[in-house]
Design a protein around this ligand. Sequence first.
Ligand code: HEC
Length: 465
Amino acid sequence: MRLYSNLAVIFLCGAGVASAQDKTAPTFTKDVAPIVFDNCMTCHRPGEAAPFSLLTFQDAKKRGKLIAQVTQSKQMPPWKAATGDVAFRSDRRLKAEQIAVLQKWVAAGMPEGDKKDLPAAPKFASEWALGKPDLVVKMPKAYRVPAEGRDIYRNFAISLGLKEDKWVKAIDFRPSASSVVHHTLFFLDTTGTAAKLEAASGQVGTSGAMGALGRGGKGKGGLGALGGLGGSSQTGSLGGWALGAQARTLPDGLAYHLPKGADLILSTHFHPSGKAEDEASTVAFYFADKPPAQRFMGLQLPFGFGILAGIDIPAGKKDFSIEDTYVLPVDVKAFGISAHAHYIAKDFNVTATLPNGKTKTLLRIPDWDFGWQEQYRFNDFLDLPRGTKLHAKITYDNSAQNPRNPTDPPRRVRWGKQSTDEMGSITLQVVAAREEDFPRLQTGYRQHIRDAAIRAALKKFGKNR
Ligand code: HEC
């Protein structure tokens, strides 16, 4: 008996040793490092969005169990879009084999492996994801965001000092206090007015929101809203940055116009975090070497981040939805899509029904997360012929069972600018298939906005009678 149990101990120890040295178990240097270097390091390195680095064996080992867990659950790498009918560029999702390797590595006790096997860590040409920018500007003075209180919308004018016109193919943005910056929209001011107002006030920035939220009513700048977070080459709006978004380069042949002497206006939405923070944003520009061949615009459905869509969600309601349908007036080619909402949005579904009756899913986000306002770019231009019916449906969950509901118990939620209010829209980035059709695309979409405004007004009128 004694002998038997000794044998058992020896046997068990043997098994343990064997598994730690198991030749088939994945090692960090050979199997895990290539996965982590290619798929995690863009964010998990110093200066980037993620809270810790994944550069070394020690880094990975320290959080091995968590890594296995969050890759298995698909929480990491972050990617909220489900597989639809159109492939996205820079899809971050891991392959099933890669997830399995991470699982096995952790189960085998996270062996380091032979140092000779370690691949060279990827080199990043600069701390900016798209490489060395052509122009970097920073807010000259930091803005103090108080610890408490309501959300703040504020505009900051930054001189670009451009002596000649430029064309911009990408813009990247870096907040200095990322915990309080919810989003920023980029605008141009060629009149110097914003900078003068700011200087005259003696404060850092001026209050108010621009674009879909503020300028729309005043006529002149209203087109800024067309682009939503996606921007447009036409309107003085250069798109924007939101929590979790990564800068994307426009497709070849497209660019934003940056006139000489223009000031950049950052229109930033702050959400106080409980701790006072100083924000001095940095913005990086990447120039195109020649003017664009085509104009582009964002089709936002529903318009104005849903301002006219009747967002009014009763407390406790589980499946409240808004919808918008738009029929394309000309042949277009789409190249990107983004979604915007706040905390209690749950599901985005965007489809295109082609004139031949076929329906394609352009974007489906089954589990919306406020923290990842991704701007998706299609792999190729997607042809959407005239007569294609675009349909966007956004569903909200205002019940207490929604773990992302910021208010407990739930309260009635309407459209509004506070983070605890709601918004909801998608923006499809398009060019006209034939450049000469572009004006018709613009007027068609403007008509769509007008129709929505009339419907909303009639509904209100009906309610008030
Ligand atoms: C696009 C940027 C990005 C990429 C790519 C990315 N991460 Fe993250 N990761 C983050 C951010 C931001 C956080 C912190 C916020 C959060 O948890 O959502 C985070 C958090 C984590 C956490 C902590 C989760 C927790 O619940 O505490 C782990 C573990 C992690 N990432 C592992 C990985 C691994 C492994 C990869 C690659 C396979 C990866 N991440 C790729 C941005 C990224």
